[in-house]
Structures are given as C-alpha cells and as structure tokens.
Design a binder for this molecule. Structure first.
Ligand code: NAD
Ligand code: ZN
Length: 678
C-alpha cells in the first residue's frame, strides 16, 4: 500500500496529533469532529508514511492501538481476550491481496470465508457465567473497557439468561449495539423539536445512548444488540467454524444477522459485496461495510494477530455516506407551492457513490439549528437515492471569512413578500398568482372545475402554454384569442380544438364571486372559505381592503387564514393581476347585499352528499348559500339537514345515527323552488 508521501517528520507528528484529536472526540466524547471518510483517509496516509519510515513510528500513533481510554463515570474492566480492531480494504484489489496473503500463509488453494454485514454501531462484550449475564463492557481501548451492565440490561435483544439447560461455565459474546434507522430518525426529530442537539448518525446516537450514566435514559433509546462472535468460552467444545459458532449463539437466544453467509475465495467475497451494496439503502439499519472472516477456527488460530487486528479478518468498506466539504453559498429555491427551500452550494464532493454539489438545508429553523455559515466546512450525508443534506458544521474548521446566511425578505423569483405562519417552519412566497415558480400549479388550480371552470384547458395544455411562454399570468389566458397562430403552431392543436378552447375561455369570463376568490389560490382558502368570504364581503373592493379584524369576523375564518388573505391582497403584483382579470372581461353578478339574517335559510347548516342528477352538488350548494344557509363538508350534531343523492355513503350513515333530518334530490328541489331559488 505504501507510496511516496513526501512528508516531513514534523508533518507526520502533526498528522498524529490531528488523528488523536479526532479519535478522542469520536471514542470518548461520542461527538466526532469529522466524518469517518476523512479520518480514514488521514489514517491511511499515516500508514503509508510509517511504511516508508518505520524508524519514525511513535508510541502514541493511532496505528499502534485500537481506541481511546474512556474518561467517564463507569468502572474500568479488563477484557479476558483483547477486543481488537479490523484491517480495512477499500477496493476489490486489496480484498484479493488479503485472500492471497491468507492462502500463502496456510498453503491453501481456496479459503472459505464467513461474510457478515459490518453493523455501524459499537462493539460490546457480554460475559455470562453459568448461563447468566453478569457483565457488559464496551471495547474501550481494546484491552479494557467500561462496565455498562445496567445500561446493557435495558436492551431487549440482550438475553439475561441463555436459552439452554446446559450453558458453558463462562461465555464472552462479542457483538454490536446499534440503533435502527427509524428509531434514529424519531429520536432526532424529537431532539430537533425540543431545540436540542441532534446526532449526526445512528452510530453516534447508539454510542451516546449506551454511555448514559442514567440507565433510564438508555432504556428509552431504541437499541438493538447483534452477536457476531464468541470471544471466550470455558468448559465448552468450540465449534469448528465461525459460522457454526454464530448458529450456536442464535440457539442460545442471541440475535444474529440474517444476511451472514459463507463464500468461497476472493470471488465469492466480491459477489457478496455486490449483493449487499445493492441492498444497503433498503436495510433498516446502517452498515458501513462487510466483515470477511476465515471460517475455520483452526485456521484462525494458525493465522493469529498483527499489531491491532486479527490476520484472519478484514473489513471491506462501502463508499462513505458522509463526507466533509465547504459551503460556498446558499441559494433559495421556490417550490411549486411557494415554499422557500435554502439549498447549500458545495465544493463538489464524492459521497454515497456520486459527486454532490448541492445539499438541502430544509428551512430557516434548520439553518439556525445547524448554526451554519457560508464558507463553513460541513458534513454532507447522502444515502441511497435520498437528497443529500447537511447534517453538521465542523466548527473546529470554521474559517475567519465565514459569513451568516441571510434569509431573503422577498421571493427570489417574483419579489413578493414572504410569509411564515406561526408554529410552522416553512416560509412561503405570497405571490401565488404571479410567482413564476408557482405559475403552472396556480394556473391549473385557476382553471379547475370548481374555480374558473375553463373546459378543455387541462394540465398538459397549461404546461405547454407556460413552456411556450404564451401564458405568464392568469390574465394571459383571456387574451389568448390574440395569439391564435401561436396556438395553432402548438403540438396537437388543430383549428377545431383552438376554436373550442377560445370559446370556453370566453364562456368562463362570466363567473361567480366565490369561484373567482377560490380561483386565486390564496393559501388555505378552499371552496367553503371562499364562499364564506364572499357572502360576508359581497363586494371585491371590500374584501381586498379588509383588515385582520374584519376578516376574523367571517364565520370559520381564524387568524391564520385571515393573515393569508390579507397578505395576499397586500401584494401589489396580485392586485395588478386581479385588476388585469377584470379588465380582460372577467365578471360576476353582484348579489344584493342583504343582511344575512334576513335570508330564509339563515342560521341553518346543510351538508350535500351523494350524486344528484338534475343539478351538480356545487350548484345545489350555491343555491343553498344564496338562501343564507351555511354549507359544511361534514356531518355533525350541529347539522340541520343532509341532502343525500344517490349512493350517499358514510355521511348518510352518520346523519342517521345523529338523527339529523335527511332529504333527497326531490326534497331539495322542492325546498329551493319554494324560496324562488330555481
Ligand atoms: N470520525 C472520526 O473522527 C473517527 C475517529 C476515530 C475513528 N473513527 C472510525 O472508527 C473506525 C475505526 O474503528 P476500528 O479501528 O475499531 O475499526 P472498525 O470500526 O472499522 O472495525 C472494527 C469494529 O467493527 C465492528 N463490527 C461490526 N460488525 C462486525 C462483525 N460482523 N464482526 C466483527 N466486527 C464487527 C465492531 O464494532 C468492531 O469493533 C473507523 O470506521 C473510523 O472511521 C472515526
Ligand atoms: Zn414568488
């Protein structure tokens, strides 16, 4: 592995210092400074220079030991058999080298290996005497570790007693304690919610949880223990192969990994790697590689150990899912619904198998929580096909020219004001009607059946019109008749379909006030709220001028919806567009402003369900409302009457159970006729 490193002695000493600092933060503080990939690279560099200059090897070099001595409040316990580290292979070539080395040493043509996923947690040794768990110890520095028995006992997959009548006198089981991905996400979500520090990855979360001085906290953490070898046994005949040893552990009640398998030679190992690499993203737990072990115990004993690792095993690492890089800037993207997402621009970095140059920062709260600044070094995480995200700032490496991330005050696409609802993390553009980023979505809504109801103007056509720049705002729809040639030039648009489209646009100009308000796509203003607003403010001017106080007077309009409405009408561009629509000929009949209390159905709440044959449900709702009724979407004890058409389902059942009067289509037509609404 060695290559010319051109490193001076002093540079090597600095590298050792650096690695020891990383190692201390990782092993003792459970709070790594840099991603493993960075540590591993520096570590290999040190190995290279030590190979070049064996006379320079220091006693405190990380290559000379396993981990760090713990510094916490747990008692220190020596291991009966040292808990070693593993040599690493980062490609097929070094794996083949490993296999060749083994074959040469034991003079064999082919070797059988036991392949196991390398679980990304932390190593533990469990001691059983006469079948009972008496102690659980962390790996520590390999020679001794921390006694964390009371914490271990809170983990359900750790047997407190072996499932056998004839246990070995003494058994030391080695395994990994890890946190499955789902539990990790939940734990982090909770921590973020409470404004606490989150864990960078499941490994850290597991380490932090396990070394809690209060076992009650450990008990609340979703930890799993998986056994991967027999470390030491007394008065028991060892099985002949490692694989059989795992089966024995499983029989005694330990969890073992169900993906472990035997493989023949280097090729078998490589095939297993390909198989597991495919599965990696879908596993419910993190793995950072594969451990290959010579399967026959007799051969293991013959091969023995070197420095800090067994000669008969090797860890083949997967490409790192976490890497360190620098943030060069932050872009603010506007989504289809107006949500503003900060995206970090990165110095390109190879992570999770691809080169990444952007990573999401989610929202403003996340920026604050991470405390990230431009020019900072950050840890980027990418697993499977998931969008890369920034998970941590490497504060230790913060440069002097780091500058704060400034969230924009206006939408970067359309310039409208931004809005953040209290209690929500998302910040949104309020220019729904005019914002280029939201244009396609808002147009689709604008023309939909319950809004402006423009027949023949489907989603596909909207996309085409926007892509061809024929429509840039909703107003442009009503001037399409001036662009007939351009329409005809579009794909799948013949003379006939263009004529038809223009006709239905013309028809749609005559609309209703509530449909118009609904069509504007104001946040959280659905059909029912649009109706409520327009029957309260019967004039557009009045609605546009209404302040918060006036708006909350409207039935079912709370402070949040009122804020959305007010902010929407405050935007100059939105106001211009509304004016443009009116100038283009959009109109509706203004209803006589009568005091709502004077109408025949005032104070009554109706629900309409099922299918009607003579009128659409919307038409019936309109007419009921015109008579002063409130139309609600769901049946409750407060409902005065349910209009049930054919095939009415759960609403009918509910009305019957609550003794709410029910009328059918004929009944509602009679009612509407009686009050002159038909
Ligand atoms: N980010 C940092 O700053 C930093 C600092 C120090 C160390 N590290 C990381 O720590 C690791 C170094 O630790 P190491 O030297 O113990 O090597 P290792 O973690 O790569 O391999 C040994 C460990 O593998 C685990 N393991 C999982 N499944 C296993 C199985 N089936 N059989 C046997 N062991 C299994 C055990 O916990 C064992 O102790 C590296 O991944 C390194 O990147 C990171
Ligand atoms: Zn915008």
């Amino acid at each position: 592995m060695s290559q010319a490193t051109n490193m001076t002695h002093q540079q090597m000493l600095d590298l050792i210092q650096q690695l020891n600092d990383y190692s201390y933060a990782y092993h003792v503080k459970d709070d790594p400074l840099v991603p493993d990939a960075v540590y591993d690279r520096d570590y290999r560099q040190l190995q290279d220079i030590e190979a070049e200059h064996p006379e320079w090897i220091q006693e405190d070099s990380p290559t000379q030991r396993v981990g760090e001595k713990p510094d916490s409040g747990f008692a220190n316990v020596p291991h009966t058999v040292p808990m070693l580290s593993l040599d690493n292979a980062f490609d097929n070539e070094s794996l083949s080298d490993f296999d060749q080395r083994i074959r040469k040493l034991i003079h064999a043509e082919q070797v059988t290996y036991c392949c196991e996923p390398k679980l990304d947690g932390l190593a533990i040794s469990l001691r059983y005497e006469n079948g009972r768990l008496i102690r659980g110890v962390t790996r520590g520095d390999g020679l001794s570790g921390e006694d964390i028995t009371s914490n271990i006992k809170t983990i359900y997959s750790v047997p407190l007693k072996l499932r056998t009548e004839t246990p070995p006198a003494v058994l030391e089981v080695r395994g990994e304690i890890y946190m499955p991905k789902e539990g990790f996400e939940k734990l982090n979500a909770l921590a973020a919610e409470q404004g606490e520090k989150t864990f960078v990855n499941p490994r850290n979360a597991a380490a932090g949880s396990l070394r809690q001085l209060d076992p009650k906290i450990t008990a609340k953490r979703p930890l799993v223990m998986c056994a991967y070898s027999i470390g030491y046994v007394e008065e028991w005949e060892q099985p002949e192969s490692h694989y059989e040893g795992l089966l024995q552990l499983s029989e005694w009640g330990f969890r073992t990994n169900d993906l472990m398998a035997k493989a023949e030679g280097a090729q078998g190992c490589i095939d297993y790697y390909e198989m597991l690499n495919e599965k990696r993203a879908d596993l419910s737990y993190d793995i950072d590689g594969i451990v290959y072990k010579v399967d026959r115990i007799a051969l293991q004993n013959q091969l023995g150990f070197i420095a800090r690792a067994p000669r008969w095993a090797i860890a083949r690492k997967f490409p790192a899912q976490e890497e360190m890089t620098r943030i060069t800037g932050v872009d603010f993207q506007v989504g289809r619904t107006g949500a503003i997402t900060p995206v970090a621009r990165l110095e390109p970095v190879f992570v999770g198998g691809v080169t990444v140059s952007n990573a999401t920062l989610h929202n403003k709260d996340e920026i604050d929580r991470l405390g990230v600044k431009i020019n900072d070094y950050v840890i980027v995480h990418r697993a499977g096909d998931v969008i890369p995200k920034v998970v941590q700032v490497v504060l230790d490496k913060r440069p002097e020219d780091a500058t704060d991330v400034v969230f924009p005050e206006a939408c970067p696409v359309c310039g409208s004001d931004l809005e953040q609802v209290e209690g929500e993390a998302i910040i949104r553009c309020t220019g729904g009607l005019v914002c280029g980023a939201q244009l396609k979505e808002s147009l689709k809504h604008f023309v939909s059946r319950k809004a402006m109801d423009i027949d023949g103007l489907g989603d596909k056509l909207i996309e085409q019109l926007v892509d061809n720049e024929l429509v840039k705002t909703p107003v442009d729809i009503f001037t399409l008749h001036e662009k007939k040639d351009a329409l005809l030039a579009m794909e799948r648009m013949g003379q006939k379909s263009v004529e038809k489209l223009l006709a239905s646009i013309e028809t749609a100009k005559s609309t209703q006030f509530n449909r118009f308000i609904y069509a504007l796509g104001i946040r959280e203003v659905g059909e029912a709220t649009a109706r409520a607003l327009t029957s309260y403010f019967t004039e557009l001017d009045a609605l546009m001028a209404a302040d918060q106080e006036a708006l909350v007077e409207v039935e079912d309009v709370g402070p949040v919806v009122a804020q959305h409405v007010r902010l929407f009408f405050e935007q100059e561009l939105n106001r211009d567009t509304i004016l443009g629509l009116l100038n283009a000929g959009v109109l509706w009949e203004t209803k006589q402003s009568v005091s709502a209390d004077d109408l025949p159905l005032s104070g009554k709440t109706y629900v309409v369900t099922g299918s009607l044959s003579q009128f659409s449900r919307d038409q019936v709702k309109d007419k009921l409302q015109a008579l002063g009724a409130k139309v609600s979407g769901s049946v409750s004890a407060k409902t005065d009457c349910l209009v049930a058409g054919e095939k009415a389902g759960s609403k009918l059942a509910k009305a019957q159970s609550l003794n709410v009067p029910v009328i059918d289509e004929t009944g509602v037509i009679d009612l509407l006729t009686q009050y002159g609404a038909i």
